[in-house]
Write a protein that binds this ligand. Structure first.
Ligand SMILES: C[S@@+](CC[C@H](N)C(=O)[O-])C[C@H]1O[C@@H](n2cnc3c(N)ncnc32)[C@H](O)[C@@H]1O
Length: 303
C-alpha cells in the first residue's frame, strides 16, 4: 500500500513559505513532494531506512537540486544541515513512527499478522539490537518493563512470562501466537492483542522516545527567527514528550509557582501555534485510517 501523508493540508498551511526545510522523517517523500510543489525553496530529507530513501529519491527526482536526501537520523539534522551550508532553516517537519511500506514488508518484522524475522530496526544496516535480541535475551522484569512503559500494556508481566517460557522465538508470527494464546482476540475488540507489544518492542529497539526527546531542543535551536517546527505523533508517549517540550520552550519563567520573583531567567524561545493538537477530520480518516491517531503540534521561533 503506498504511504499517504497525514494532515497534509495543515502541514502545507503552517510550514510554507519556507526557503530551507528539513523533513527529518522523509519516508516515501509524500510530505516533501507536496511542500516542494507548493513553494518550499529547498528540502533536506532524512530517513534511517534505506528502502524508504529509494522510494523518496524517485518521488523527488523532478525537483532536481532543490531536494537533497541523506541516510541519517533526524537526531543528526544539525550536522546534515551544515553539510549544505545551512546554519538555520525556516521549517522542520517530523512525522514520527512507521510508514505503511515498512508495515507491508514482512521481512522488516514490524507486522504481527504476517510472518517475518523479529527485526524492527528502522535502519537494517545498523548492527544494533533487534526485536529478537530483546525477546530472547531480556529477563522477565526487563521485558515486562518494556511492555508497560512503551506499550502501556497493563498485562505486560503476563505476556513477558509467556514469552520467556516459549523462547527462543524467531519470527513475528511466533511472537504474535504467544500473545494470542495469553489473550485471545475478543469479538468486537478494537485492537489486536499484539498491537501494544509490537509497539513497545519497536520503540525500545529504535530508542524512539530518547531520540525525539534529544532532537526537539536541537530542532528548535536550528530554526531561524519566525521559523516553524511541526511534529506529528501517533501515540500518547511521543505526543506527551512533544507537548511538554513545546510548553517548556514557549514559557518565559520556569520558577516554581510561588517564587516571588523569577530567579531562573528562562525566556521563551518559541510561540506555540497549536494550543490543542491538530487532528484528522472524518473525511481524512475514512480515506486514510492511519491518520486516526495522528496529532500535529507546531511552534514558531521567536523573532
Ligand atoms: C510516518 S513515516 C514518514 C512518512 C513521510 N512523511 C511521507 O509522507 O512519506 C516515518 C519515517 O520516519 C523514519 N524514521 C524513524 N525514526 C527515524 C529517525 N530517528 N531518523 C530519521 N528517520 C526516522 C522511518 O524509517 C519512516 O520512514
Amino acid at each position: 500500500m503506498p504511504h499517504i501523508p497525514v494532515l497534509l493540508d495543515a502541514v502545507l498551511e503552517y510550514l510554507l513559505p519556507a526557503a530551507r526545510l528539513i523533513d527529518g522523517t522523509l519516508g516515501a517523500g509524500g510530505h516533501s513532494r507536496a511542500l516542494l510543489e507548493h513553494g518550499a525553496g529547498a528540502v533536506l530529507g532524512l530517513d534511517l531506512d534505506p528502502s524508504a530513501l529509494e522510494i523518496a529519491q524517485a518521488a523527488l527526482a523532478p525537483f532536481g537540486t532543490r531536494a537533497d536526501i541523506a541516510h541519517a537520523s533526524y537526531a543528526t539534522m544539525r550536522a546534515e544541515a551544515a553539510r549544505l551550508g545551512w546554519d538555520h532553516v525556516e521549517a522542520i517537519l517530523l512525522d514520527l513512527g512507521i510508514s505503511s511500506m515498512q508495515i507491508d514488508r514482512p521481512e522488516r518484522g514490524f507486522a504481527f499478522l504476517r510472518d517475518g524475522p523479529l527485526d524492527m530496526r528502522f535502519n537494517p544496516q545498523d548492527d544494533g539490537l533487534t526485536a529478537a535480541d530483546l525477546v530472547n535475551h531480556s529477563d522477565l522484569a526487563d521485558l515486562a518493563r518494556i511492555f508497560f512503559r512503551y506499550g502501556e500494556e497493563p498485562q505486560g508481566r503476563r505476556f513477558a512470562r509467556a514469552i520467556v517460557e516459549s523462547r527462543p522465538l524467531h519470527t513475528t508470527r511466533e511472537l504474535a501466537e504467544v500473545i494470542e494464546r495469553v489473550s485471545p482476540r475478543r469479538k468486537g475488540a478494537t485492537i489486536h492483542p499484539a498491537t501494544r507489544i509490537f509497539q513497545a518492542l519497536r520503540i525500545a529497539v529504535n530508542d524512539e522516545l530518547g531520540v525525539v526527546e534529544r532532537a526537539l531542543p536541537e530542532a528548535i535551536d536550528l530554526l531561524a527567527p519566525g521559523g516553524r517546527l511541526a511534529v506529528i505523533s501517533f501515540h500518547s508517549l511521543e505526543d506527551r514528550i512533544v507537548k511538554q517540550t513545546f510548553k517548556r520552550a514557549s514559557t518565559d519563567c520556569l520558577c516554581p509557582p510561588k517564587t516571588p520573583v523569577c530567579i531562573c531567567g528562562h525566556r521563551a524561545e518559541v510561540r506555540l501555534l497549536t494550543s490543542k493538537p491538530i487532528v484528522a477530520g472524518d473525511e481524512e480518516i475514512s480515506r486514510n485510517p492511519r491518520s486516526r491517531s495522528a496529532k500535529l503540534r507546531i511552534v514558531e521561533k521567536c523573532v
